[in-house]
Design a protein around this ligand. Structure first.
Ligand code: MLT
Length: 321
């Protein structure tokens, strides 16, 4: 079985795939036209991607392709509907990197509260600015503050557990009820409106789809506390970035921690001049939520499990289309 890995991928995963008897080609720099050429020339039956986009042109060029595996949970970067029309299955690796994303979201909360990035940037410039960074009106502390979690799946639950350890109050909104987590953590289900109005930190953990696109926009920012911070480690399009910049400029909210952006460069692109990242009240990371050693090893193992089931039994585990 020919496998093309068009992204970074753990070496242990490549090794295990090879042991399964697969012929593995890996090129993390493929994208657009070069990916179209590579799927055509390699005769790949399985394509594994992480950040690399798989559009209809790639799927049309791939005459042997049977399965695309997203080495992560979200699959909005793959044209999974077009894949279906070509009888190509798309599978993902849900839950494998959820703790890593919870940790990053929590880290952004702590960083915003104590302005860790600005502290460091001043120190790197040789500036000692204790007067500014010790202002208690700007560092409110996390204990007793309310975190509102939109989407209480595995990532949201990971945040709730960490926030409980920090003695924070917990609210959530989800289309699903989680009575066990409510009992275990004392987290309370509320409407989105209540969550926006009462939370000091609002953290988003929903997939990107027609219902969630721009679910946080001008109207929602208008409901939030002026001291609130929003954290987005889900998908960029969930937050209307223009409205975010305006809400920060107008003092409707205090800050934002972003790991994802409405228009995100591919893994091998170098330039990223998004105005949202020039904003002094925004702390950003490079869509690294899933990028811990633990998470990537778990994702690689799941990819191997999916390939093995497909190769030996013709099954598609975690099929999303
Ligand atoms: C996910 O969907 O799980 C993440 O976006 C994965 C990643 O960044 O690799």
């Amino acid at each position: 079985m020919n496998i093309l890995i068009a992204d970074k991928f753990e070496a242990s995963g490549v090794e295990q795939l090879t042991k399964l008897g697969c012929a593995v080609t890996q090129d993390a720099d493929l994208s657009g036209d070069s990916l179209v050429r590579a799927v055509k020339e390699s005769g790949a039956e399985v394509l594994v991607v992480r950040s690399t986009k798989v559009d209809s042109a790639v799927l049309d060029a791939a005459t042997q392709l049977k399965l695309v595996i997203r080495a992560g949970a979200g699959y909005n970067t793959i044209d999974f509907k077009h894949a279906r029309t070509k009888s190509i299955s798309v599978a993902n690796c849900p839950g494998m990197n959820s703790i890593a994303v919870s940790e990053l979201a929590f880290g952004l909360m702590l960083a915003l509260d104590r302005r860790l990035v600005d502290n460091t940037l001043d120190l790197r410039k040789g500036v000692w600015n204790k007067k500014e960074y010790s202002k208690v009106t700007r560092a409110r502390g996390l204990k007793g503050r309310t975190v509102g979690i939109v989407g209480l799946g595995q990532i949201g639950a990971g945040i709730a557990r960490r926030a409980k350890a920090f003695e924070m109050d917990l609210l959530y909104f989800d289309v699903v009820d989680y009575p066990d987590l409510e009992r275990e953590l004392g987290i309370k289900k509320v409407t989105l409106e209540t969550l926006y109005a009462e939370s000091d930190f609002i953290t988003l953990h929903v997939p990107m789809n027609d219902h969630t696109k721009h679910m946080i926009s001008t109207g929602q920012f208008g409901m939030m506390k002026p001291s609130a911070c929003i954290i987005n480690c889900s998908r960029g399009g969930v937050v209307d970035q223009q409205a975010l910049v305006k809400a920060l400029d107008d003092g409707q909210i205090a800050g934002a921690g972003l790991d994802v952006y409405e228009i995100e460069p591919g893994a091998s692109d170098k330039d990223f001049a998004d105005p949202v990242m020039q904003h002094p009240k925004v702390y950003g990371t490079h869509h690294i939520g899933a990028s811990t050693e633990q998470a990537q090893l778990a994702v690689a193992e799941e990819v191997v499990r999916i390939v093995e089931a497909h190769k030996t039994r013709g099954e598609v585990l975690n099929c999303v289309n």
